[in-house]
Design a binder for this molecule. Structure first.
Ligand code: SAH
Ligand code: SF4
Length: 375
C-alpha cells in the first residue's frame, strides 16, 4: 500500500485538484480547505462534512500531525517547550513563548542540523532529515490548539531545530500556508547565513522577517564557532543582507549568542556595531544556554557582562534586545530537550568525551590573558 498523501503537504492548487477528485460539490472542497486552515488534526474533527465524505477522504489522504510526547511545566512567564514524535519516530521540539500580550511559537525545520555550530545542541547531535510542510505546520497547529491562543495574537519564528534555508521548498510551502493565519510581518526565519537561501528568500513576493545568527564580530571567530562561515564568508553574508529587500518599518534581526570571555567584551560590541553599520538591523543578544553536551569552556556571561556588552552596543547607535531569562528555566535554546533524551540513550556512544570539547585558539583580537582574567 502506498503511503497516504498528507493534505498539509500540498500547495493550494494541488490541494484543490486532489480534493476535487474525492469531494463534491465545490462548497465541500472549500469546507475541507477551511478545516485545514484552522489546523484540524483528523477528518472526524471536520464535523460539518457528511460521514461518507470523511470516510472517502480518509481512504486517500491523511491530515496527521506531530504527536506530543512531552511538554515542560510552564516557566514563570508561561512559556512551555513541546517534544513531538513524527510518523517515522523522529523527535523534534517547538517552544511556546509569551512576550507581553503577544505569543510566539518557535518551530523546528529539520530533525537535526548538519551546520554543526559548536555552541548548539542540535548541531552537536548532527544532521537529520528535512521536515515536511505538514510537520512544520503541525507543530504550529497542535500548540495553537493546546494553548487556545487567538490566531491574531500569534507570531511564528523558525528558530527551533534545524536550518530552515536548507529546507527551502518545504519552508516556502509552510510559509504560504501560515500566512493564511499569521501575516508575513509576524513570521521570522532565522538562518546561520546560507547565502543562496537568503537570495532565494529575497525573491519571494511575501517575505518573512529575516534573522541572522551572526554570533561573532569577525570572520575568524565566526569560523571557529560556526564552521559554515568557511563556505559562506561573513563579508559575503553581510553583502547579501545589504541587498535584502526590506518592507517599510522592518529590520533584519542580528542574533548574537554571548559566550563569556569569548565574544562579549566591549570591544566586541564595538566591532559588531561596525560590522552591521548601515543595515536596517536590531541586535538580539542571547546569553549562551549551557548544556553538558557542549564544550565546557562555553559559559553564559554574568548579568554585569551582558549589560556592559549591551550598553556598548547602544552607545554605538545599535538597537538591541536581550533574550534574558526566557527559556532559561525551560532550556529553550534549540535542541536542548531532545538533547537530554538522546543523551541518555546514547550515553555509551558518547562516553569518553568528544572532539568538540576543545576550546578554539584565541584570536589576535582576544588575547588569552584577557579572556582568562574575565572568567
Ligand atoms: N539554524 C538557524 C535557526 C535555529 S538556531 C540558525 O542558526 O539561525 C536558533 C538560534 O539559537 C540561533 O541564533 C543560535 O545561534 C541560537 N543558539 C543555538 N544554541 C544556543 C545555545 N546553546 N545558547 C543560546 N543560543 C543558542
Ligand atoms: Fe544548526 Fe542553527 Fe544550531 Fe547552527 S545554531 S547547528 S545552524 S540549528
Amino acid at each position: 500500500m502506498t503511503a497516504l498523501v498528507n493534505l498539509y503537504d500540498l500547495a493550494p492548487a494541488d490541494l484543490h485538484r486532489a480534493l476535487s477528485e474525492v469531494v463534491s460539490p465545490a462548497f465541500r472542497v472549500r469546507q475541507v480547505a477551511e478545516w485545514l486552515q484552522r489546523g484540524a488534526g483528523s477528518f472526524d474533527a471536520m464535523t460539518n462534512l457528511p460521514k461518507e465524505i470523511r470516510v472517502a477522504l480518509a481512504e486517500r489522504f491523511t491530515v496527521a500531525q506531530p504527536e506530543i510526547v512531552a511538554v515542560t511545566e510552564p516557566a514563570a512567564d508561561g512559556s512551555r517547550k513541546y517534544l513531538f514524535r513524527l510518523a517515522d519516530g523522529q523527535r523534534i521540539e517547538a517552544v511556546f513563548m509569551i512576550i507581553g500580550d503577544r505569543v510566539s511559537i518557535c518551530l523546528s525545520s529539520q530533525a537535526g542540523c548538519a551546520v554543526g555550530c559548536t555552541f548548539c545542541v542540535t548541531g552537536f547531535f548532527g544532521a537529520g532529515r528535512n521536515l515536511t510542510p505538514a510537520e512544520m505546520l503541525g507543530q504550529f497547529h497542535v500548540i495553537q490548539r493546546e494553548q487556545q491562543v487567538p490566531m491574531e495574537q500569534m507570531n511564528v519564528v523558525f528558530m527551533g531545530m534545524g536550518e530552515p534555508l536548507l529546507n527551502f521548498d518545504n519552508l516556502v510551502l509552510t510559509l504560504e500556508a501560515l500566512y493564511r493565519n499569521v501575516a508575513p510581518r509576524r513570521v521570522t526565519v532565522s538562518t546561520s547565513g546560507i547565502i543562496p537561501g537568503i537570495e532565494a528568500l529575497a525573491q519571494l513576493e511575501r517575505r518573512p522577517n529575516l534573522a541572522i545568527s551572526v554570533n561573532a564580530p569577525d570572520r575568524k571567530r565566526r569560523e571557529e564557532i560556526m564552521p559554515i562561515t568557511s563556505k559562506y564568508p561573513l563579508e559575503q553574508l553581510m553583502a547579501a543582507l545589504r541587498k535584502f529587500p526590506l518592507e517599510k518599518g522592518r529590520d533584519i534581526t542580528i542574533e548574537y549568542v554571548l559566550l563569556a570571555g569569548y565574544n562579549d567584551a566591549p570591544h566586541d560590541a564595538v566591532a559588531l556595531a561596525r560590522l552591521i553599520r548601515g543595515l536596517h538591523a536590531k541586535v538580539n543578544a542571547i546569553p549562551f544556554n549551557e548544556d553538558a553536551n557542549l564544550p565546557q569552556w562555553m559559559k553564559r556571561p554574568s548579568d554585569r557582562e551582558i549589560d556592559r556588552f549591551v550598553d556598548t552596543l547602544v552607545r554605538n547607535g545599535v538597537r538591541v534586545t536581550v533574550r534574558r531569562s526566557k527559556g532559561r528555566d525551560i532550556a529553550a535554546a534549540c535542541g536542548q530537550l531532545r538533547g537530554k533524551e538522546i543523551a541518555k540513550s546514547r550515553a555509551s556512544r558518547l562516553a569518553g568525551g568528544s572532539s568538540t570539547s576543545a576550546r578554539p585558539r584565541h584570536t589576535a583580537s582576544e588575547p588569552a590573558s584577557e579572556a582568562g582574567s574575565r572568567r
